[in-house]
Design a protein around this ligand. Structure first.
Ligand SMILES: Nc1ncnc2c1ncn2[C@@H]1O[C@H](COP(=O)(O)OP(=O)(O)OP(=O)(O)O)[C@@H](O)[C@H]1O
Length: 799
C-alpha cells in the first residue's frame, strides 16, 4: 500500500499549474453566463453592450418615450402588445391619439434598437478582436498543451510501467489478500466459533457465577464447619498428641516394666531355683531332724530308762546306804557287844564292799547316761536352731516371692493397661484415617527372573526425606520414572517377621471386636501367597496367616486371666470362575458325592444389617489352637489340589479367602465382642496378551480379570464417593463388600516383582494400589454388646 501511494505521487508530480491568466480568460465568459443563469436572468439583449447587464428601473419620461438606450424587453413586449382601444367603437379620435402616442413610442423603440444594434456591432468587433486574441492565446496554449501532452505521454509510459509493477505488486498483494481473506475467513469462523463459545462460556459463566454464589455460601458454611472442625481437629490433635505422649510414656513404661518384669522373672526363677534347693535342703534337714528326733526320742527313752535305772540305783544305793548304815550301826552294836562272830562280820563287810562296787558302777553308768543326755540335748538344740533358721529363711523367701509376685502382677497390670492404651491409640489413628491402608511389598529378584541373563531391579526407594520407608520408584529403560507412596513400603530385605510386626496391631483388633480384612494383590509370581501364607512349617518363612493366628490364640489365652472366653470358627473358600468352593468340606465325602453324581452345593453370599457376611452351606470349624488351624490349612491345600487337577492347573487361578470369626465373652464385665479376620490371597492379575491363554485358561483368566476389574470399579466408585457402588458385579466384591465400603479395618498388600519384564504389570498394580489408597471407607466400628443375663433370651443386645 505504501508503494502505491509513492507511485501516485510520482504520477502527479510532472503536472504543471495552468497559468493564472489563461485560466482567468477561459473562465471569464462561462463564469458570466453561469452567474446570470444562477441569478435566473437571461442576458438583456435590449440593453446596450456597455457592460451593464442589470435591467433598467427607469420609467418612460413625460413624453411617453424612454430614454435612449434604456429600454427593457418587457417594455418592448408591452409596447408591441399594446392595443388601441377608444372609449367606444366609434371613438376614432381617441384611437387616433392613442395611435400617435403608440407610434411615438415605437419610433423611440426603433431608435433604441438601432442604438443597441450599433452597440452590438461594436461589441462583435471587440469580441472578434478578443476571439482572435483568444485564438492566439489558444494556439500558444495548445503548443504548451502539446508539450505538456508529450510530457504527459512520457509520464504516462512511466506511469504505465509503474502501473505494471503496481499491477504485479497488486497481483501479489491480491494473492496475499486472498490468502489473508482465507485466513480472515478462517479467523472469522474461529471468531464465530469463539464467539459462540464465548456466548456459551458467558452463559456458563453466568451459571458458574450462580454456582459460585451457591458455592461461596456453601464455602462460608463449610468454612464455619471447617473452623469448627479445625477446632475439633486441634482438640483431637491435642488429644492425639496427649495420647501419643501417653503412648510414648506408656511404651517407655511398658519397656521399663518389661525390663523389670524380665529382671523380676529372672530373680524369681533364680529364687525359685534357690527355693527349690532350700526346699530340698529343708526336706533333707527335715528327714535328718526326724531321724534326730527319733534318735532323741530313743535317747529320751534311754534317758528315761537310765533315769529310772538311776532312780532305782539311787533307791538301791539309798537302801544299801541305809543297809550299810544299819550294818554299821549293827557293827557298832556288835563291837559294843564284842560277842559277835568274825565270819558274820566278814560276810557283812564283803556284802558292803560289793554293794559299794555296784554303787560306784551304777554311778559311773549314770554319769555316762548324763553325758549322753547332755550331748543329745545339745544336738537337739542345734537342730532346733537350724530348723528355726530354715523356717526363717523359708518365710523370708516366701515373703520375697509374694512381694515379687505382687510386683509381677502389678507389672502385668501396667502392661495390660499400656497394651489397652496402645490398642486404643491404634484404633483412634485408624478411625481418624478412615481409609483403606496400603502396604507395598517388593519381593527379591529370583533365579526364575533371570531367564539366562543377569537382570537388574527396576525398583528404587527414596533414601531421605518424608518418603523414606513409604516411597517407591519404578524406572523404565528409557529413564522415565514413576513414583508412588503408600502407608509402608517393604523392600526385598524385609523378613516375614518384619512385615508381621507392622500388622500385628491390626490383627489384634479382630480380638477387640473389629472386622479386619487383609488382602494381597499383584501379578502372578509377585509374592502374594508368600506374604499371606508363606511356608507355615518354617519359622523364618511363616506368612501372615500363621503368624496372625498364633498371635490371636496367644492373646486370647492371656485374656482369659481377665475373665475373657473366646470361641473361634474358621472357614476357607475359593472363588474360581465366579463359583464359590468350600475348601474345608471333607474331601472324601466330596469325592464320594462326585462319584454318585450329586450336584455340587451352590454357595450364596448374604449380608446382615450389622455388616456381617454369611456364605450359605459353608463349613465352619471351631478351632482352639494354631495346630488345629494348621491342619485345616493343610486340608484346604489338599482340597485346592483336588480342584487343581479337576479344574485349574495352578492354585493362583482362584481367589482364596480364609475367615476367622471370633466371639468373646467376659463373664466378669458381661461384655461380648464379635470380631472377624479375613485373610485373602487374590488370584494373580495379568494381561491376556501376556499370558497367551487359550481354552479353559482363557476362560479362567477372563474370570479373574473380570473380578479384578470389578474390584477396580468398586474402588473407583468409593474413591469418587459415587451413590451407587457396583459390589454385586462379582462374587469377590460382593463377598468383600463390608471390608471395602463398610466399617472394617482394611489393609491391602500390593506385591511387586522387581524385574524389568514385570515393569508394566508392576506399574498397573501400583496405579491400582494408589487408587485404593485414596479410598475413604467408613469409620471402623467395634462390634461389642452386653450379655443378657435373662435365661430366656440368648441373643445379645448391641450397645
Ligand atoms: N519376600 C520374598 N522373599 C523370598 N522369596 C519370595 C518372596 N516373595 C515371593 N517369594 C518367592 O517368589 C515365588 C513366587 O511367590 P508366590 O507364589 O507367593 O507368588 P504369588 O503372587 O502368590 O503367585 P500366584 O499369583 O501365581 O499365586 C515363590 O517361590 C516365593 O517363595
Amino acid at each position: 500500500m505504501k508503494r502505491v501511494t509513492t507511485v501516485q505521487r510520482t504520477v502527479r508530480e510532472p503536472r504543471k499549474p495552468i497559468p493564472q491568466k489563461e485560466n482567468d480568460a477561459a473562465a471569464a465568459l462561462p463564469e458570466k453566463k453561469r452567474k446570470a443563469e444562477v441569478e435566473g436572468k437571461a442576458p438583456d439583449v435590449l440593453c446596450p453592450a456597455n457592460g451593464h447587464t442589470e435591467p433598467s428601473a427607469q420609467q418612460p419620461d413625460d413624453t411617453g418615450c424612454w430614454e435612449e438606450g434604456k429600454m427593457s424587453s418587457e417594455q418592448v413586449e408591452a409596447l408591441l402588445n399594446t392595443k388601441i382601444l377608444g372609449k367606444s367603437k366609434f371613438d376614432l379620435k381617441g384611437k387616433n391619439e392613442q395611435m400617435g402616442e403608440h407610434i411615438k413610442k415605437l419610433r423611440s423603440c426603433i431608435r433604441h434598437f438601432l442604438q443597441v444594434e450599433a452597440t452590438y456591432v461594436l461589441q462583435i468587433e471587440q469580441l472578434q478582436a478578443q476571439v482572435k486574441e483568444e485564438h492566439e492565446k489558444r494556439e500558444t496554449f495548445e503548443v504548451s498543451m502539446n508539450e505538456k501532452y508529450q510530457q504527459l505521454l512520457a509520464d504516462l509510459s512511466n506511469v504505465q510501467e509503474q502501473c505494471k509493477t503496481l499491477e504485479q505488486s497488486l497481483h501479489v498483494a491480491e494473492e496475499e489478500k486472498k490468502a489473508l481473506l482465507l485466513t480472515h475467513e478462517k479467523d472469522m469462523e474461529s471468531l464465530e466459533a469463539s464467539q459462540s463459545e464465548c456466548q456459551k462460556l458467558s452463559s456458563d459463566i453466568d451459571k458458574l457465577k450462580l454456582d459460585l454464589k451457591a458455592v461461596e455460601e456453601k464455602i462460608k458454611s463449610l468454612q464455619d464447619i471447617n473452623k469448627r472442625l479445625s477446632e475439633y481437629n486441634t482438640s483431637l490433635q491435642d488429644y492425639n498428641s496427649k495420647l501419643q505422649n501417653d503412648a510414648a510414656s506408656a511404651t517407655q513404661e511398658n519397656a521399663k516394666t518389661q525390663r523389670e518384669k524380665m529382671a523380676i522373672l529372672e530373680t524369681l526363677s533364680a529364687m525359685r531355683g534357690s527355693t527349690a534347693a532350700l526346699q530340698s535342703q529343708l526336706d533333707t534337714t527335715k528327714i535328718a531332724l526326724e531321724e534326730e528326733s527319733k534318735q532323741k526320742s530313743i535317747l529320751s527313752g534311754e534317758l528315761e530308762r537310765a533315769r529310772l535305772e538311776l532312780q532305782q540305783c539311787s533307791e538301791e544305793k539309798h537302801q544299801l546306804e541305809t543297809q550299810v548304815q544299819a550294818l554299821i550301826e549293827e557293827n557298832n552294836r556288835f563291837k559294843d557287844f564284842t560277842g559277835k562272830s568274825a565270819s558274820e562280820l566278814e560276810t557283812v563287810t564283803s556284802k558292803a564292799v560289793a554293794l559299794e562296787e555296784s554303787f560306784s558302777l551304777q554311778s559311773e553308768q549314770i554319769k555316762n547316761l548324763h553325758h549322753q543326755l547332755d550331748a543329745a540335748t545339745l544336738k537337739n538344740q542345734t537342730l532346733e536352731l537350724s530348723m528355726e533358721m530354715h523356717r526363717k529363711t523359708e518365710s523370708d523367701q516366701a515373703s520375697k516371692i509374694a512381694e515379687l509376685q505382687q510386683r509381677l502382677s502389678e507389672a502385668e497390670q501396667r502392661l495390660n493397661e499400656a497394651e489397652i492404651i496402645r490398642r486404643k491409640l491404634h484404633n483412634t489413628i485408624q478411625e481418624l484415617k478412615g481409609n483403606i491402608r496400603v502396604f507395598c511389598r517388593v519381593r527379591p529378584l529370583l533365579v526364575e527372573d533371570e531367564d539366562g541373563e543377569q537382570v537388574q531391579s527396576v525398583v528404587q526407594y527414596p533414601q531421605f526425606g518424608d518418603l523414606v520407608g513409604r516411597g517407591i520408584e519404578l524406572t523404565q529403560a528409557e529413564g522415565q520414572k514413576y513414583a508412588f507412596s503408600f502407608d509402608k513400603v517393604f523392600g526385598p530385605d524385609f523378613t516375614q517377621a518384619n512385615v508381621f510386626e507392622e500388622i500385628s496391631q491390626l490383627v489384634q483388633s479382630a480380638l477387640d471386636g473389629y472386622k479386619v480384612c487383609i488382602f494381597a494383590y499383584g501379578q502372578t509370581g509377585s509374592g502374594k501367597t508368600y506374604t499371606m501364607l508363606g511356608r507355615p512349617d518354617q519359622d523364618e518363612h511363616k506368612g501372615l496367616i500363621p503368624r496372625s493366628l498364633e498371635q490371636i490364640f496367644r492373646s486370647s489365652q492371656s485374656l482369659e486371666s481377665q475373665g475373657w472366653k473366646f470361641k473361634m470358627q474358621a472357614s476357607m473358600l475359593e472363588i474360581y470362575n465366579e463359583t464359590i468352593r468350600d475348601l474345608l468340606i471333607n474331601p472324601k465325602l466330596d469325592a464320594q458325592k462326585a462319584d454318585v453324581g450329586a450336584v455340587a452345593k451352590v454357595h450364596n453370599i448374604k449380608h446382615d444389617n450389622m455388616g456381617n457376611t454369611f456364605v450359605s452351606d459353608l463349613t465352619l470349624v471351631e478351632v482352639t489352637s494354631w495346630k488345629e488351624v494348621s491342619a485345616l490349612l493343610r486340608q484346604a491345600a489338599q482340597s485346592r489340589t483336588v480342584g487343581r487337577t479337576n479344574m485349574n492347573e495352578q492354585s493362583s487361578r482362584s481367589h482364596c479367602v480364609f475367615t476367622l470369626r471370633i466371639s468373646g465373652v467376659n463373664e466378669s464385665t458381661e461384655q461380648q465382642v464379635h470380631g472377624i479376620l479375613n485373610l485373602v490371597d487374590l488370584a494373580g492379575s495379568e494381561r491376556l496378551s501376556k499370558s497367551g491363554a487359550t481354552g479353559d485358561r482363557l476362560k479362567e483368566t477372563q474370570a479373574i480379570n473380570k473380578s479384578l476389574a470389578c474390584l477396580g470399579d468398586v474402588i473407583l466408585a468409593i474413591a469418587n464417593k459415587e451413590q451407587h457402588v457396583p459390589y454385586r458385579n462379582s462374587k469377590l466384591t460382593y463377598l468383600l463388600q463390608p471390608c471395602l465400603g463398610g466399617d472394617s479395618k482394611t489393609l491391602m498388600f500390593v506385591n511387586i516383582a522387581p524385574d524389568c519384564k514385570s515393569l508394566h504389570e508392576s506399574l498397573c498394580s501400583l496405579r491400582f494400589a494408589a487408587k485404593v489408597n485414596a479410598c475413604e471407607i467408613g469409620v471402623p466400628r467395634r462390634q461389642t454388646s452386653r450379655v443378657i443375663t435373662d435365661a430366656s433370651s440368648a441373643a445379645a443386645v448391641p450397645r
